[in-house]
Structures are given as C-alpha cells and as structure tokens.
Design a protein around this ligand. Structure first.
Ligand code: CU
Length: 149
C-alpha cells in the first residue's frame, strides 16, 4: 500500500511539471508560399497561454529582420505598423495572428517559402521564455489586402 502511494506521489509531481511547461502553446503556425524572390512574408498562428504573458519579439534565420506587426483598417486604407512593445497575451484567451491582423513579418526573405515545406521560427516571451515554432508553408492565394505590404 505504501509503495502504491509513493508511486502516486511521483506521478503527480511529474504531471504537474509537464503542465507547467505547457502553460503556453502555439497552434497552427503557417505562412503562405511566396512568389519567386518575394521580399517579405507574414507568419500566422494562434497563441494559447494559461497565464498572462507577452510576446516580446521573434527571430529567425529566414529573413534579414523578423518583426511583430499589426495590420489595421484606418480611414478605408489597410495600414501596417510594427508592435515595438510586443503583443500582450491574456490568460486563457487564444490570441490569433491572421491575415489582416497581427502577424510575424519576415523582412528581406533569404529564400522563397515553398508550399509543403516546414520552416522554423523562434518566439521570445516575457514569462514562457524562448519557444521554437514550426511553420507550415501553405499554397494559399494572397488576399487583396496583403498588397498593402
Ligand atoms: Cu507586416
């Protein structure tokens, strides 16, 4: 009986450890396949966090610069700006980066993004720290709004 209790305690501890590691997760990171020699590309995803956090910055070796951007309709014109302070993430409220809204901007692409490929991106969070993300490159037509880049 005592043995069983000890085993139970060990299992509980390891379960709570993995719970802590997974307090922040990234779903469905993707980017559009780019036309040949495109200068820039956007990366999209959904960020889930059990605790409030902040996406501070992103980095990657796919492009010269990697920035956090917001696209917004302003006076009938699609405008894009860099979120220099990063993106706040509320607890248990998925934050979706999607075309026409928040995105990670790869500026000065070093190589075309080809449909079917997987690329990697690193995200830096205030609390969750460094998280590596796999980007699925998809063959999705550009929306007219994307030309605002
Ligand atoms: Cu952008």
């Amino acid at each position: 009986m005592l043995k069983k209790l000890t085993l139970f305690a060990v299992l509980t501890v390891s379960a709570s450890l993995s719970f802590a590691q997974e307090s922040l997760s990234i779903d469905q990171a993707w980017a559009r396949a780019t036309p040949p020699q495109a200068a820039n590309a956007g990366v999209f995803m959904t960020i889930n966090s059990k605790t409030a956090d902040q996406l501070l910055s992103a980095s990657s070796d796919l492009a010269r610069k990697t920035e956090i951007h917001e696209m917004k309709m302003s006076d009938g014109v699609m405008k894009m700006r860099q979120m220099t302070a990063g993106l706040p993430i509320a607890s248990n409220q998925p934050l979706t980066l999607a075309p026409g809204g928040y995105h990670i901007m790869l500026i000065g692409l070093k190589k075309d993004l080809v449909a079917g490929e997987k690329r990697s991106l690193t995200l830096h969070f205030a609390k969750a720290g460094v998280i590596n993300v796999t980007i699925d490159v998809k063959n999705i037509a550009h929306m007219p709004t994307a030309t605002a880049h």
